[in-house]
Ligand binder design. Structure first.
Ligand SMILES: CSC[C@@H](O)[C@@H](O)C(=O)COP(=O)(O)O
Ligand SMILES: [Zn+2]
Length: 247
């Protein structure tokens, strides 16, 4: 078989549905049905050891094909340079504007997958928090909180009585300019697996594709619940420290 540098297309050619070049298009097609990646917004990137797989920019994310996927080597990137080098670049496209944000999740959190959605629920939550002058989404005493890990490098998931906290950063005119604020939020909230972007959406990551996807689903569920609780006049944060039978 030819080496990747001789035939870069082999990096995105596989009959395995779990191969990142196959998974990104199939996941994005599912995410589109949830309203997460409509109108070319949002996306997904996967890291397999040192290789990072990235979608093109400005394309209908639900119609992508494996041949549209970019591949880069993480260790060969020069951190101080904004210019990135790719092992494989499909013709006619540019790499996703979300690339530096995805790379932040891979390099700073060791994530294996990062998902960016433009979900209505995520945007609505940031608007409700804006009205309260808040830059953090907090929710507790809801079973779905148990869908989240305690933090990178920590064993186990949050418990029912734990409070889930997701920081909110302000939107910027250009996606890549969000990177420094996303990285600052990661520093301030070292256990978080997600960062909300005001009036824009959310970035969610996980150790692997399964964890990134299920955490993104759990979060979207909680965002929707929070918006609907607000509509019913119910608070997201219970003032009673622990609801339910005490041991
Ligand atoms: C509807 S345009 C949205 C983009 O500006 C951006 O926010 C986004 O999420 C997708 O960027 P892309 O470069 O197409 O991967
Ligand atoms: Zn976006």
């Amino acid at each position: 078989m030819a080496a990747a540098h001789e035939n870069p297309d082999q990096l995105v050619t596989s009959s395995d549905p779990e191969h990142p070049a196959n998974l990104i298009p199939s996941l994005c097609a599912k995410f589109w049905t949830l309203g997460w990646v409509t109108g070319t917004g949002g996306g997904c990137s996967i890291r397999d050891d040192n290789l990072v797989y990235i979608a093109p920019s400005g394309v209908q994310k639900e119609l992508m094909k494996p041949a549209d996927i970019y591949v880069l080597s993480l260790k060969d990137q020069e951190p101080s340079l904004k210019q990135r080098t790719y092992l494989r670049s499909p013709p006619l496209y540019k790499p996703s504007q979300c690339t530096p944000l995805f790379l932040a999740a891979f390099t700073r959190r060791g994530a294996g997958c990062c998902i960016h959605t433009h979900s209505h629920w995520a945007v609505l939550v940031t608007l409700l928090l804006e009205a309260k002058g808040s830059s953090v989404f907090e929710i507790n005493n809801i079973e779905q909180i148990k869908g989240f890990g305690k933090g990178m490098g920590k064993v186990g998931n949050l418990g029912y009585h734990d409070t889930l906290r997701i920081p909110v950063i302000e939107n910027t005119p250009h996606e890549e300019d969000l990177t420094e604020y996303l990285e600052a939020a990661m520093e301030e909230y070292p256990d978080t697996y997600a960062v909300l972007v005001r009036r824009h959406g959310v970035y969610v990551w996980g150790d692997n594709v399964h964890k990134a996807k299920t955490q993104c689903e759990s979060l979207d569920y909680l965002f929707q619940l929070a918006v609907e609780m607000h509509q019913l006049g119910l608070p997201w944060i219970s003032t009673i420290a622990q609801i339910g039978p005490q041991r």
